[in-house]
Design a protein around this ligand. Sequence first.
Ligand SMILES: C[C@@](CO)(OP(=O)(O)O)[C@H](O)COP(=O)(O)OP(=O)(O)OC[C@H]1O[C@@H](n2ccc(N)nc2=O)[C@H](O)[C@@H]1O
Ligand SMILES: Nc1ncnc2c1ncn2[C@@H]1O[C@H](COP(=O)(O)OP(=O)(O)O)[C@@H](O)[C@H]1O
Length: 297
Amino acid sequence: MTAPAPAGPGWSSWPAPAKLNLFLHIVGRRADGYHQLQTVFHLLDWGDRIRLRPRADGRIVRHDGPAGVPPEDDLAVRAAAALQAACGTGAGADILVEKHIPLGAGLGGGSSDAATVLVALNRLWGCGLAMDDLAELGLRLGADVPVFVQGRSAFAEGIGERLTPLALAPQWYLVVHPGVHVPTADLFRAPELTRDTPATTISRFLSGETAFNAFEPLVRRRYPAVARAFEWLEPHGVARLSGSGSAVFVPVASAEDGYRLAGDRPAGMTAFVAQGLDRSPLHAMLERREGEDNSDS
Ligand SMILES: C[C@@](CO)(OP(=O)(O)O)[C@H](O)COP(=O)(O)OP(=O)(O)OC[C@H]1O[C@@H](n2ccc(N)nc2=O)[C@H](O)[C@@H]1O
Ligand SMILES: Nc1ncnc2c1ncn2[C@@H]1O[C@H](COP(=O)(O)OP(=O)(O)O)[C@@H](O)[C@H]1O
C-alpha cells in the first residue's frame, strides 16, 4: 500500500520549532530523582514540520518520522494517543513528521513534535482543552513539552514546567551540531554534575550576571567532537551548549554573518542559522488563523 500524499485533501501542516537553552543551572533534586533546573528557553523560527489528517476509524498512523525511532516510541504518536484518551474522541489521525531537528542535540525536537501534535489535534479533533491542560498532558511525555505548548520563550523552573514568559529581543544564532547524539538521561545520572548552584532570578539573568550550562564541562570531556565545536566557535563569541547537548551555539549579528561563519565549520559538523523569537511560530500561525476566521465572520 502506498502512503498517502503528505499534502492534499484533509492534510494540514504545522511548525514544530527547536529551542535553545541560553543557560541551564541545576539547583536541586526532587524526591523522585528528577533535577530541579533554572533555564531560559529561546524558541527558534526553525524546526520540524508536522503534517496531520484526521481519520474517522480512530487509528493513529505514522507515515514518516525520525530515522531509527519506531512509531510506537515516536513522541508525536505518543502525544496523539495521550490526547485521544484525554479527549475521549473516537477520531484518529495520520501523522507525518518531517524531521529537520537533529536527534539528541538538546534542541528539543521530540518535545516540540509532541507539543505541536497536542495543540494541532486539539483543534482538528475539536477537543477544546485549554493550553494549561495540554501542557500538563505534555509534561507526562517530557519535561520540555510544556514550553512548546505554551509557545512563549520563557524562564523555566521546577523540571521545566514552571514557566515565566520572557519578552526576549529577537536574536540570530549560529547553531552547530557536532555530529554526535547525547543521551539526556545518562548525563543526568553522572556523579560529577554540579547540582547545587544557588538559585538566580530573572532580573539577574537579564542584567547579564554570569550564567552557564551545568552539562557543559561533562559533555566537553565525554564528547571530543563537542569540545572541537567549542574551540572553533569561541573566538567568535560566547559559545554555549543547548540543553544536555550536543548542539553548541553562538549569537551572531545577522543571518549573513551566521552563514559566512558556518561556511568555515570543521569537517563532520552540520550547522544552521536561526532567529530566536519571543513567540513560537506555531502560535504565530494559530493567531493568524484566528484573525482570518474572525474577519470571515
Ligand atoms: C536537559 C533539557 C533542558 O531543556 O533538555 P534536552 O537536552 O533534553 O533538550 C531537559 O531538561 C530534558 O528534558 P526532556 O528531554 O524532555 O527529558 P525527559 O524525557 O523528561 O527525561 C529524560 C530523563 O532525564 C532525567 N531528567 C530529566 C529532566 C529533569 N529535570 N531531571 C532529570 O533527572 C530523568 O532521568 C528522565 O527519565
Ligand atoms: N519525534 C521525535 N523526534 C526526535 N526524537 C524522538 C521523537 N520521538 C522520540 N524520540 C526519541 O527521543 C530522543 C531525544 O530526542 P530529541 O528530542 O531530539 O533530543 P533532546 O532531548 O536532546 O532535545 C531521541 O533520541 C529519540 O529516541
